[in-house]
Structure formats: structure tokens, C-alpha cells
Design a protein around this ligand. Sequence first.
Ligand code: 5AD
Ligand code: SF4
Length: 449
Amino acid sequence: MERVHNNKKYFIETYGCQMNEEDSEKLASFLKGMGYIKAEDINSADVILFNTCCVREHAELKVYGNVGRLKKLKEKRPEIIIAICGCMMQQEGIPQAIKKKFPFVDIIFGTHNIHRFPELLQNALQSNSTIIEVWDKEEEIIEGIESERESDIKAFVTIMYGCNNFCSYCIVPYTRGRERSRKPEAIIEEIKQLASKGYKEITLLGQNVNSYGKDIEGMSFAKLLRMVNEIEGIERIRFMTSHPKDLTDDVIEAIRDCEKLCEHIHLPVQSGSTKILKKMNRNYTKEKYLELVDKIKSNIKDVSITTDIIVGFPGETEEDFNETLDLVSKVEYDSAFTFIYSKRKGTPAAEYDDQIPDDVKHDRFNRLVELVNNICERKNMEYKDKIVEVLVEGPSKTDKSKITGRTRNGKLVHFTAIDESDLKGKLVNVKITQPQNFILLGEYINTIR
Ligand code: 5AD
Ligand code: SF4
């Protein structure tokens, strides 16, 4: 790539999930390859890129608000380039609507053609009109795109793209296309490279990682996990997201057997009511989910289970909601992302005529959050005086006097040590002195390696 933009700066704002974060890291790498450097703030950037999400309406509204605010900046500095990409752009009519509403936007592209960004940027630098290039269908996976990663200890590695599940509320299958697995050799090579650069923790990413390898002869997710476990230098392996209908015994066994696989499963339940789960097209019942959780807990010691829950899905009665509360109490999640159902145009559930009023949704949401937080707090209190293994990430962003990292099962730990200078990237033992709702506070004991 031509390095023609020395000292020019870029700013990327990412909305939504880890898949978008990973795409942004690739887009940052393109910009770096062209000679751009990262800007400290949006006002000093020469290229501003919004990587958007449309999973809920709230995320979309934020994008509209933030892009709208750039009008003044563009008037003051017309030479800057404003680009918008990501899931929102894959929805019918949105690119045209953005162009009309915000004519000062220079480039609009989608999730399937991020590799085209360098060329689109070159074109935009020589043009005054909005360039729109959105592919409506996914193509073959393009390998070899570097990522400019935020951390030098932990890395996301996408193992598959797209989703075939069509949960009735969800827009993702329409914006990210059908499931495609990366070749195991490409994944292993990327992780070996990361290990050689000093990375210690890998998170394997996909909308439904349990489907990994279904499109590759002789491959499965459990096999991939065992292969990654063999890579020298990597200390910890995580993965997300698991669909309960596809989480097979061989994956549970792999976590039990492989020392690098962390004891944490993110297992979105969405609802505790079998009736609602059916309407959501989730393909499991409340009972089946609870059986799966029992199996996970009895096979994997100290496992933490986290989840995603939607309240106020069309047709959800008080009884259905109570089933969700009951399930949450039974599973005792270590943490849960809770969402108010948001109507997404183009999904089946948006057409259902039994939508739930906003005040009911909010009331249920508040009750659910209270229960989730109580359980999370109670579970954290059990860590008092325990010694846990922490992978050190560096000084805490919120409290510079503390060092931060996570336990194997994903709990955030802030701790104090006399000399923190050489702990980054190390595995250390920390004694938890003061568990709090969302953080465990502790003291350094010793370095493991
Ligand atoms: N409304 C609310 N939450 C949603 N999610 C996906 N689609 C919607 C929607 N329309 C949530 C699900 C999913 C998480 C990433 O976002 O809980 O697991
Ligand atoms: Fe959306 Fe369901 Fe696919 Fe997850 S599994 S991305 S919720 S359709």
C-alpha cells in the first residue's frame, strides 16, 4: 500500500459487538498502512470513520446524532473525509437516507467490503460527492488483512462470519449474511503470529461459534479448540458467542480437558419462557437450557456463566416474564447483558401485533436488572479472601494506583502491588480482599510466570 498520508490522522468510532471492533481494527490497519496515525480526538482527525450497529434502535439513534454533529466540523475543514460503514449500512434504504440527510458524508460502505476501504478512500479524496458501495451479498472470506489491535496482551480472532439462525427479533442474519468458517490453518497461523508478538489471550469470535466447521469436511468447533490449545505462548483461550441449541458435549469436554481454555461460557438465553423462546425461534426450551447449564456446571469446576436477556418481546405476559426471573435465579449468572426488545424493520417479530407497551417493558427491565445485580453481587462476595489467577493487562484506567486484569472465569480484578512495572502480560496470584458488585479488589501475592 502506498504511504502517502504521513502525519494525517484518523479517528474510528465503533458501535456494537466485538465483530465490529475486530472490523475496526482491520480498518485502522489499512489507515496505518497508508501513513495515517491515530488521532487523540475526533476534532483533530483528517479521516473520521463510524462503524455502525443496528441490533437495537438506540444504537442507530446514537449514530444519527453523532454524524449530525460533524456538519460544523466539515464546514470548518472541508478537506476532512467522513466515512460510515458497518451493519446499519447493510439495511435497505439506509445508505440513501444517510446521503440525503447528511450530504457531507464522503464514503458509505458495508460489512462485506471492508477490504475495499483503501480504494474508496483514495477515490473520495478526489471527489466531492458521496461514494456509496454496499454489497448485498457476502463473498468468499478474504484472508491476510492485518489488524491494528487496541491491546498487546489480548486479541480477538474471528473464526466465522455470519449467522444462519434467524432469531425472529434479530437483524444480524440480514446484515452479516450466511455462516462461513475460516479455514483452520488460517486461524492457527494468525494465532501463532500473535503468540510470537507476545499476545497471551485469544478470544475466538463468531455470532455462533458452535457452528464453526460445519462447512469444512472433518472440522468442528471442539477440534478447533483443541488445536488452538496446542499453540505455544498463548496462556488463555476464550470464545463467544455460544448458541444453547448448538453447544455440544465435545465442546464442554474440551473446556474441561484443555488447560488454556478458560472456565467461562457466554450462553445467551434471551427468555426463560418456553412459549416466548418458540416465538423467538431459538430452538430450545427452558428445561433444555437448564439441563445444559447443569451439565456445564457439573463438568467444569468454577465455571462462570453469562448471558443476554431480552425483556418485552411481543406477546410476553407477566407469567412469561416470571419464568425469566425464575430461570435467572436458578442459573445464578455471573453477569448478564439485559436488553429491552427493540423492533427491527425486516425481522418477523417487528410485524407481530402483540407488541408490549414501553412502560411495561421498562418496569420488567428494572426488575430483571435488580435481580441480576443481586445475584452478581452475592456471587462476587464468595471471593473474599480467595486467591485467584489474574492475567495482568496494565494500570487500571479508572484508578491509576491499581493494576487491572481478569481471572480465568472473566472477573475483573483491580489490585495493588509494590512494583507494577514488569507485571504486564504476566500471570499472577492475587488475594481478593474486597469484593464489590462489579470488581474484585485485591493484593498481589506472587508471579506465576
Ligand atoms: N431487541 C433487543 N435486543 C436484541 N438483541 C438482538 N436483537 C435485539 C432486539 N431486536 C440482543 C440479544 C443478542 C444481543 C447481542 O443483542 O440479546 O444476544
Ligand atoms: Fe441474532 Fe440469533 Fe444469530 Fe445471535 S443467533 S446473531 S441473536 S439471529
